[in-house]
Design a protein around this ligand. Sequence first.
Ligand code: PEP
Ligand code: MG
Length: 578
Amino acid sequence: MKTMTGIPASPGVAIGAAFVYADNDIPEIPRYSLAEGQTAGEMQRLREAMEKAEGDLRGVLEGVGKEMSGEHTAIFEAHLMMIEDPYFTGRLEERIVKERQNAEWAVRETARELAGKMIVSSDPLFRERAADINDVSKRILYHLLAIKKVSLANLEHDCIIAAHDLLPSDILVMNRKKVRAIVMDMGSGTSHTAILARAFTIPAVLGLSAAVSEIVNGDILAVDGSLGEVIVNPPKTVLAKYQKETAKYRKKADEFLAMRDLPAETLDGRPAVLKANIEIPEEAETAALYGAQGIGLYRSEFLFLAPGQAAGEEVQFRAYSRVLAAMGDLPVTIRTVDIGGDKVLSGFQSADEKNPLLGWRAIRFSLALPDLFKTQLRAILRAGAAGNARIMFPLISGLEELERALALLEEAKAECRRQGCAFAENIETGVMIEVPSAAMIAEILAEKAGFFSIGTNDLVQYSLAVDRGNERVSYLAQPVHPAVLRLIKKTVDAAHARGITAAMCGEMAGDPGFTAALLGLGIDEFSMASLSIPAVKRVIRNVKAEECRVLAEELVAGRSATENAALLRSWMERRRLS
Ligand code: PEP
Ligand code: MG
């Protein structure tokens, strides 16, 4: 038996036989210098390989469109953009024509060069995009070297996939019904693989370093995606424990899924609306599976963090339309890009801002680049013609920003009108409350907002002065700090006084430990990772709105985060809800 520990990337427990997926099937890359007369032929060889790679990607896009209800295309579109990217193709040509490198070597070196630039980015999401470059370059190399790849779409038996690295395309096309778990040397919690594994609810342990190479086909693996543990060929006792855990997990998952269609309503009849947060369009499928009553936060910036350039209007239109189609009549709240801060977009931002979290971020970035902003607004407006779309502005700190954003929305509508395209004329617009100043003037913002959605991740960060990415001060990031609760209460009261919805889409909304307090504060809508919906619903269905109101009153009047946390814990324990 061997135990490996990696990054817990997607929760769930599984036991199964390993299928070792060798993606490292590219042999040594040949390297030689071309004679002067050979460069034209080599360029032709490269063009053919790139065309074939492009053909593959388009084939996958079409296949995915048919077989997977058109929900899996954003990543491939980013890859297509990458193949057509003038910088990428320009560097290849330079290497072959000027530096006389053979095509394989030119592809490998250009990919290394680009990936190397991304890997040093301070933004983990952007660092992960280096994986996309490798994905695309491998596709081209397969054709240059005439390598046939095994497709995970053809899996016939249940298995646990063990790989050094998986391309996002591998995960998207694989026969998901047969995959019990994924274990991988590479990857992090924010990698595409992790995002997709969670979206498809497949347990996954990533970042195992070089451990997977020690697994052989047919080894029995016990995987705990919540703990980040992988046990290879466990003895009977461990196997029995895992089998029990698996059964328990399945039972819980079944119970949770059985709650799918039960109303999120307190014992005394107060309804709450539970929605999902998504980062990529394919997550809408999972949201529907967990009974989400809409998408409360679509983090649209993920479309822009792909390599190459910002996603154009058509790419965005298709992505938004896909989510809207997957959700039917249910509302989909698309947040305009929250780029900047910890999500740096190459080409637009200098990475050397002294205080990026207090800098050129979110709505500030969009308002400074009105063309880019209006392109996004037009894409949402047009997609909204055939669905229930809503727009939400991030990081509003004062009235002027909201008014300017609304004015640009009117301009975007006028542009749609001029172009003669169908669009959502009366689209609802909301404001994210994530800066303390916005909470303090909530009653003023409420005059111009269709709804509020409280982003506690940032509200906690800015009100308690705690960098949300800094582990050394994370102990201070307490959502039940009385100051945070008072800001939330102020926001909710201002929304209700104006008759608009008070939603919450920060992580706090998906933590069942806070649900009763939030109900008591008057939150109408909770938006969270799909997987969290059942646990939050369970709490809602087992408390009374009136007792939650009393609890919230006590918490708001609380003296410290520590005392409030203790009060909340004992309140939950008394009701056997923890
Ligand atoms: C938040 O700040 O709570 C939020 C939901 O936005 P993000 O986590 O994307 O900053
Ligand atoms: Mg935020």
